[in-house]
Design a protein. Sequence first.
Length: 277
Amino acid sequence: MTLSRRDIAAMLEAHGLHPRRALGQNFVADPNTVRRIARLAELEPGDAVVEVGAGLGSLTLALAETGASVTAVEVDRHLVPLLRENVEPVGVRVVEDDAMTLDWGALLAGHDDWSLVANLPYNVAVPVLARVLDEATPVRRMLVMVQEEVGARLVASPHSRAYGAVSVKVAYHAHARVVGRVPASVFVPRPRVESVLVRIERRPVVAVDPAIVPASTLFRLVRLGFGQRRKMLRGSLGGAVPAGAFAAAGVDPRARAEDLDVAAWGRLAAATVEEGP
């Protein structure tokens, strides 16, 4: 079973709890929605799946119904006892920790092929996903529910308004697409924004060879470029890119950051390393 709106309201009232705005808590209160998310995650019995921001366990229970081996991470110490009560009887491992600081290597030890499925709090969705992409390499696929505007940034292509540094980060590590929409009406409390479901599948190898261009060098340029995205690259990248690197990379110095896909950023970073200061 999963948790209904009535279940969630009764549980919170019985323990004198309220959703915490500081933690971006909006609990999914619709069994059909959480089961739909579990189906879209395409989990098989025995699959290893980690959920971030498990809350009271509504989505957690739907994931457990698939037969997957579920690890639920929750930072709110007030909710953790209720989460344990709801999901440990069906075999879920509960971890009290913060996805922004936890040791992903230790958490994922024992399996080398994980899925991540989560209703990510709006205020930490991007940094959590960035950490997972950079540090949690055993996570091969993700299905995340995020604010519509965040979802647009995760899947954006060059030349679009939503395209930014996080779009390049996702494209470097993975392929991403929106696979569904979730109305605000299924949450408690009801948010002021709509949500989308984004599927992210990690590439077998990253898009830019780190032996040629370290990721730190690549994303330093990306951040500089998008930090002043209205400027031409020859202005926004300032002295970080030698003049000859643009020609060597086949990149127009009059272009703007939003005009370059991850491969072009990689060529520019490689040419910058080659040209030197």
